[in-house]
Design a protein around this ligand. Structure first.
Ligand code: ARG
Length: 561
């Protein structure tokens, strides 16, 4: 709500605090009732007065406030109409700012975000889309608010699967062939291994032995391991480039090989480790959870052991204010256990660990990420979306220059957007037609609106800020656009606060819808200079806001479409 803080301060008195008032404000259902409404019922007990009386008393304190147009008392409600001109005036100030929605509220605070965290030797599948784009969006949103953000790709680069791959490589391929081929080739060996090992369990013994050699730092084994990692990282970075994703650290599971012992020692000293069937565990019965398994009977460490070591390492290395883990809700229990163990250890960052869970993506045709072996590779989804975007562009605007480039922005943008539109915890069903619908709540719709704003600005040319007829943008349609722009900064803050990029996504769709309504009802480039200038200014700021919002989400904003 615009001006709510200022209003609350004016309304505050000895008996009711600004905070209470701020918490009570509502947006009237019908905008004709005003911009902000204060129901006074809840104050009647403290003030010992009837709500209509309270509303009427409060209305007096608003007399003469420059940004208020009028105040109505309706029953126990105080309906406040802001002065549209005063509000629009604040738009002009935005033009001088470097951005519309940034702030410095995070200055001096460091946030670690663990996201994407792909697994080596497996092609990037659609199950890793959400973590990658939600994490990437949160990274940029926090940065926009002045936080120091550290993006961490906790690579899945440890485990017995590497022993299996070595066996497969030696039997059916070679190190050279692997190095020359892509991630799909690597994956095909893995699949073949699984088929063959079903009838030949001896393969698993070989695999275990090879993995042991990796653990022991054996040269030959390490060469295989490094090659697998190289092939995967080469492929993964192509996808990251397309998704505009960067990492400050790629310290994955193998990085913690030599950092787990001190943690285990500390657990031991604190009396938290128990032996159970030969394994070392932290018993979590008391907290209604199964034990957290840290060392297997054969001495091998586990995923959780590495996460404990990583938490300590990150605290020491980055001194984080918060450490976020953008990981699917299937791992809820894992994080609950790890966080509980950290708490029992009295870890310095124990209160600042957060699991940012999200739902599953399935395909419209029923295929899902890794279940039943029907894997959907992200590269294929991106390529297909781009291909479809190109077909749409060919049809709508065949003379467009750089069609391939724009199709890439639209297709990839559509896929990214689809993972950022809903509350992250919701499962989503992916449909190409839906995400590429130019008239829906989609990236192409927002991108198209941006291109439309740019086209109007090209046509209108420079506008003169000293000759603005603000009334030309302050009818109901225009005023909705103005309010949406001015609320963008709050939306960015809110999205960071609740760790939900969808707050930004929804805000820019809302702005695009409002602007399109205005655009359809009003000519921008008209003869009257004052009117034209005001509408061009509004169009300009709309474009800037949309572009900034899309950039936070990791989506391109082509100038033409
Ligand atoms: N590699 C894991 C997976 O694909 C995700 C790792 C998440 N991060 C972490 N610190 N546990 O499921």
């Amino acid at each position: 709500m615009l001006f709510d803080k200022q209003l609350a301060e004016v309304l505050e008195n000895e008996q009711i605090s600004a905070e209470e008032i701020l918490g009570a404000f509502e947006v009237p259902k019908d905008s004709k009732m005003g911009d902000i409404c204060l129901p006074c019922f809840k104050f009647s007990r403290t003030l010992r007065k009837a709500p209509p009386q309270i509303a009427s008393d409060l209305s007096k304190s608003l007399e003469g406030v420059d940004f208020i147009e009028k105040v109505d008392v309706v029953g126990g409600y105080l309906n406040i109409h802001l002065n549209r001109k005063a509000i629009a005036g604040t738009l002009i100030e935005l033009l001088n700012r470097e951005n519309i929605g940034g702030s410095d509220e995070g200055n001096g605070k460091t946030i670690c975000i663990d996201y994407s965290s792909v697994n080596i030797a497996k092609p990037f599948h659609i199950g890793h889309l959400s973590t990658t784009v939600i994490g990437g969006a949160l990274y940029r949103i926090f940065k926009h608010l002045g936080y120091n953000v550290v993006s961490i790709n906790h690579l899945g680069d440890w485990g017995t699967q590497f022993g299996k791959l070595i066996v497969a490589t030696r039997k059916w391929s070679s190190l050279e062939e692997i190095a020359e081929n892509d991630e799909y080739f690597l994956n095909s060996l893995y699949v073949r291994y699984h088929q063959e090992s079903e009838n030949n369990p001896a393969l698993d013994d070989e695999a275990r032995a090879w993995f042991k050699r990796i653990e022991d730092g054996d040269k030959e084994a390490t060469a295989y391991f490094d090659t697998f990692k190289d092939v995967t990282m080469r492929a993964v970075s192509k996808i990251y480039n397309r998704l505009k994703i960067n990492f400050d650290s790629y310290n994955g599971e193998s990085f913690y090989n030599d950092k787990m012992q001190p943690i285990l020692d500390e657990l031991e000293t604190k009396g938290l480790l128990e032996t159970s069937e030969g394994a070392r565990v932290v018993n979590l019965d008391e907290y209604g959870m199964p034990p957290c398994l840290l060392v297997k009977a054969d001495g091998a460490s586990l995923y959780a052991t590495r996460d404990l070591a990583a938490a300590y390492y990150r605290k020491q290395e980055y001194d984080f204010h918060k450490c976020l883990y953008v990981v699917a809700y299937q791992q809820n229990l894992h994080f609950k256990q790890v966080f509980k163990v950290l708490e029992l250890m009295d870890f310095a960052g124990k209160d600042d660990m957060e699991h940012i869970a999200f739902g599953m993506v399935s395909m419209e045709d029923g295929s899902m990420s890794t279940r039943q072996g029907r894997v959907v590779w992200l590269k294929e989804v991106l390529d297909k979306a781009v291909e479809k975007a190109l077909a749409i562009i060919e049809e709508k605007n065949p003379s467009l220059e750089d069609k391939a480039q724009i199709a890439e922005s639209v297709g990839v943008g559509a896929v990214v957007f689809s993972a950022l539109w809903n509350n992250r915890i919701k499962d989503i069903v992916f449909s190409y037609d839906k995400v590429l619908n130019f008239d829906g709540e989609t990236a192409p719709y927002v991108q198209y609106t941006y291109a439309r704003s740019k086209s109007a600005l090209r046509k209108g040319g420079d506008y003169d800020l000293t000759n603005l007829d603000l009334d030309a943008i302050l009818d109901d349609d225009g005023y909705e656009v103005v309010k949406s722009i001015l609320a963008f900064g709050e939306a960015v803050k809110q999205s960071a606060k609740v760790r939900e990029p969808s707050v930004v996504t929804r805000h820019i769709v809302d702005l695009a819808e409002k602007f399109n309504r205005f655009y359809i009802g009003h000519r921008i480039v008209v003869d009257d200079e004052g009117v034209k200038n005001a509408r061009l200014m509004l169009t300009d700021i709309v474009g800037r806001t949309i572009k900034e919002g899309l950039a936070l989400l990791g989506i391109d904003a082509p100038e033409v479409m």
